[in-house]
Design a protein around this ligand. Structure first.
Ligand code: PMP
Length: 281
């Protein structure tokens, strides 16, 4: 396959990382995952905006203008004949002799590649079981950084517990999943953690909030407790990969008697309609 290395398109095996790249040594960089449906990037502008925000928050610089990055993403999709899948893109602070301090001359390194990914119909229809784990991450979860150890450890723990995701909490407050945002529904109200430093403001999260507004569903962006989550009428997670996925079990506690709830289904079907509409544009 062809990858993007800075502004060059090269074969996958030519994508070499310097042993002193700060992304490799410190996790000093940011990333973005774009979803491709029907050969088109879903919510491209939103992802590019978040990418620029991540760059700014870490005092990184783009190796070249965002408009050119956007063009290169499309060229990469084209070169790999990608119809359904993702584009993974990361930018690190580059390579210099190892030192915690920022290098004076930064040469950021950008790489991007595509993966094929089919939509998982069954998971979406049936829902998933999740674990409930302590959120052990740092206090800037709003930045999409390469530093994912907290997420990785909890995702692995969830897997070992037979779950496909973990709902994480700080003390009594539910934050988000390891790779997703968490929504609950109580008496017709859609509730999700506000976009602050404790969560990544997911593109899918924002999109679902927009869909909910359109559908006239009442929304509350606020902190909610583990107990509110366990007592919720419905629970679901959102992410670029998982779209809208119902949660039907948290540890050994069933949600909505183990079935996806009506508001979850409504939001999912609206989401699906939008994807289908993309095919025609
Ligand atoms: N939270 C975390 C910690 C994530 O890693 C992700 C993305 N995988 C999300 C939320 C969902 O974000 P998005 O909808 O932009 O994929």
């Amino acid at each position: 396959s062809t990858i993007l290395y800075n502004d060059q398109f090269v074969p996958r095996k030519e994508g070499k990382v310097d042993i002193e790249d700060r992304g490799y040594q410190f996790g000093d960089g940011i990333y973005e995952v774009f979803r491709v449906y029907h050969g088109k990037v879903f919510l491209m502008e939103w992802h590019l905006d978040r990418l620029q925000r991540s760059i700014k928050e870490l005092y990184l610089t783009l190796p070249y203008p965002i408009q050119q990055i956007e063009k290169n993403i499309y060229a990469l999709i084209e070169k790999n004949s990608l119809i359904e899948g993702t584009v993974y893109l990361q930018i690190t602070r580059g390579a210099t002799s190892r030192n915690h301090l920022f290098p004076t001359n930064t040469n950021p390194v950008l790489i991007a590649y595509t993966t094929h990914l089919k939509r998982e119909e069954a998971v979406v229809k049936d829902g998933i079981k999740v674990s409930l784990l302590d959120d052990i991450r740092w206090l800037r979860c709003d930045i999409k950084t390469l530093n994912l150890l907290g997420n990785v450890l909890n995702k692995e723990k969830a897997h070992q517990e037979g779950s496909s995701e973990a709902i994480q909490h700080r003390g009594d407050i539910v934050t988000e999943g390891c790779t997703s945002n968490v929504f609950i529904v109580k008496e017709g109200v859609l509730i999700t953690h506000q976009a602050d430093h404790f969560i990544l403001n997911g593109i899918t999260r924002m999109y679902v909030l927009e869909l909910a507004t359109k559908l006239g569903i009442k929304i509350e962006e606020r902190q909610y407790t583990i107990n509110e989550c366990l007592q919720a009428d419905e629970v679901f997670i959102t992410s670029t990969g998982a779209e809208v996925t119902p949660v039907i079990q948290i540890k050994d506690h069933l949600i909505n008697q183990g079935k996806p709830g009506p508001i979850t289904k409504q939001l999912f079907s609206e989401f699906e309609n939008e994807i289908k509409r993309m095919e025609k544009v």
